[in-house]
Design a protein around this ligand. Structure first.
Ligand code: XMP
Length: 527
């Protein structure tokens, strides 16, 4: 195991991610962790970057014992400065300018163990820098192993001990050979085994959940039919069986037959203890007259929380009345790493969830109102890893690869007022669109696709009659981070077939358009 001490950099989780890609197991702990509290001995230690300045009075510092363990250490950015500062307080100073972005790094070969970090790598390469402070001189016993035009000490290594520091970030993909450098450190220098796989993660996580929840404790969580909540729910099921209670709130703006499908998948296929709350009428009634996107979101979000909470209280009461059952103490949330804006900082966990997140506001209400504790088994994982985890857990491929679907559902895919008629039209058109995309074998080429409806109508001619019908807006995008996106380049003949089927099969539609706007300036959803 490699120990990663987190000094609060936004990139620290990427170190764990890269090591997982190398099949190396690591544990990330706060930078102030006491070595004497560990029950295991790390093979090597990585000191992450961080926002503080090592010379500040309140700057975080690693336990002295870290340096006495005798295992290899790699300091990244702040970590490098921490190593240098320990040797002599004057070694780190504020730089003249912030260095942020690409830099050309030159590896220097000095002979001996110091060269092992850049072993098998080209002398010249591109790296990613993000720092203000810098080393003013080399600590005693160290050699410079890398420089950039702006950083004289871009990489340093002790001439005898296995102590390394680099100013740049090998964990970000902009550093082209970053993964090789981390492999050199973890595998070659520390001798870490490359035997970690997603199935290890399943075992570790299951035993962690069991320990956390205890022999009798119960957990509730909302499911949506999406990848994240399904994977999180299945993991809970594996860990604690029917002491996990999944709740699906039907908000009336889900996709065609979605509720039944979720029920089939979770209850029948995955054997998860599921309750469905049918709120569709309350949602659709409440949405009457609301045309403003943010108002729609707020209304749906708030009512969702109310209904979920009512159900949670019912489940808690039922548990209380069951002999030998433990209390419902935890609330499951399928948060992924990219949903966590701030990582665990050295001051303690301070996670903020995107307001966009599916059940925005729910954790806070459950935690404050009902005193439930949050349990987030996917918190360190990225989407592709969650998909891999889903496969490990036996979740079918088409669910594992499902596009994301927003919490407010079809409501933000209908421009203007949401009415039952428009929801029905959007559902049917969407179903045809997605089925045809799947049949064409291109579903996995796009990141998200749907059919939406405009409130305005347009004239068309059908048979010999003039009709006045709704305009369907098809949207399909490719993106890696959902912050920017491109319209998917459809085969025109296929697009035309899709349009024909929608107009023919969905009553009340007179036209079909394809939205080719990129994001920005457009967004992925219509509202
Ligand atoms: P936009 O439309 O902002 O969407 O380009 C980016 C991603 O976020 C999803 N999205 C939402 N998800 N609640 C959610 O749970 C929301 O209110 C919401 N709005 C947008 C959208 O589906 C896309 O994946």
């Amino acid at each position: 195991t490699i120990l990663i001490l987190d000094f609060g950099s936004q990139y620290t989780h990427l170190i764990t991610r890269r090591l997982r890609e190398l099949n190396v197991y690591s544990e990330m702990l706060p930078c102030t962790t006491k070595i004497s509290d560990l029950t295991w001995k790390p093979k090597g230690i990585i000191l992450s970057g961080g926002p503080a300045s090592v010379y500040d009075a309140d700057a975080p510092h690693a336990d002295e014992k870290v340096f006495e363990l005798g295992v290899p250490i790699l300091g990244i950015c702040y970590g490098l400065q921490e190593i240098a500062w320990r040797s002599c307080k004057e070694n780190v100073v504020a730089g003249d300018a912030r260095e942020y972005g690409y830099a050309d790094v030159a590896a220097l070969r000095v002979g001996g163990p110091a060269d092992r970090l850049f072993e098998g790598m080209e002398d010249a390469s591109q790296v990613w820098m993000s720092h203000h402070d810098k080393l003013s001189k080399l600590p005693d016993g160290f050699a410079t192993i890398a420089t950039t035009p702006n950083s004289q000490f871009a990489g340093i290594a002790h001439m005898e001990k296995q102590l390394f520091g680099i100013q740049f970030h090998p964990e970000v993909t902009h550093t082209i050979r970053g993964k090789k450098l981390l492999e050199n450190f973890a595998v070659t220098i520390c001798g870490a085994k490359q035997n970690w796989t997603m199935s290890n993660f399943v075992d570790q996580e299951i035993s962690r959940i069991r320990k956390l929840v205890g022999e009798k404790g119960q957990v509730i969580g909302a499911v949506s039919g999406g990848v994240d909540s399904t994977v999180a729910a299945k993991l809970m099921k594996e860990a604690i069986g029917d002491r996990f209670h999944a709740v699906l709130v039907d908000n009336g703006v889900m996709r065609l037959n979605e509720c039944q499908q979720v029920q089939q998948m979770l209850q029948e296929h995955l054997n998860i203890n599921l309750t469905i709350v049918d709120g569709s009428k309350r949602f659709l009634d409440g949405l009457k007259g609301i045309t403003e996107p943010e108002k729609k979101r707020k209304f749906i979000g708030n009512l969702f929380i109310d209904l979920f909470e009512e159900e949670a209280i019912r489940i808690e009461k039922a548990a209380e009345n069951t002999p030998n059952a433990g209390k419902v103490e935890f609330f499951l949330q399928g948060t992924l790493y990219p949903d966590v804006i701030e990582s665990i900082s050295f001051k303690g966990p301070s996670a903020t969830i995107k307001t966009h997140h599916n059940v925005g506001g729910l954790p806070a209400r459950m935690m404050n109102g009902q005193g439930l504790k949050l349990i987030e088994p996917l918190r360190e994982l990225f989407k592709d890893e969650v998909r891999e985890l889903g496969r490990q857990l036996g979740i079918p491929e088409d669910l594992v690869m499902r596009h994301p679907f927003p919490g407010p559902g079809i409501a933000i895919r209908i421009i203007g007022e949401v009415t039952p008629e428009r929801v029905e039209i959007a559902r049917k058109a969407d179903h045809i669109f997605i089925s045809m995309i799947k049949e064409a074998g291109i579903y996995n080429e796009m990141s998200q696709a749907y059919a939406g409806v405009d409130t305005n109508k347009a004239v068309g001619v059908m048979g010999d009659n003039r009709v006045y019908g709704y305009i369907i807006i098809l949207r399909a995008v490719t993106t890696t981070d959902f912050m920017t996106a491109e319209a998917y380049e459809f085969d025109f003949a296929l697009l035309r077939k899709i349009a024909t089927r929608i107009v023919n099969e969905v009553d009340g539609v007179s036209r079909v358009t394809y939205d080719i706007t990129s994001k920005p300036p457009g967004t992925i959803e219509l509202e």
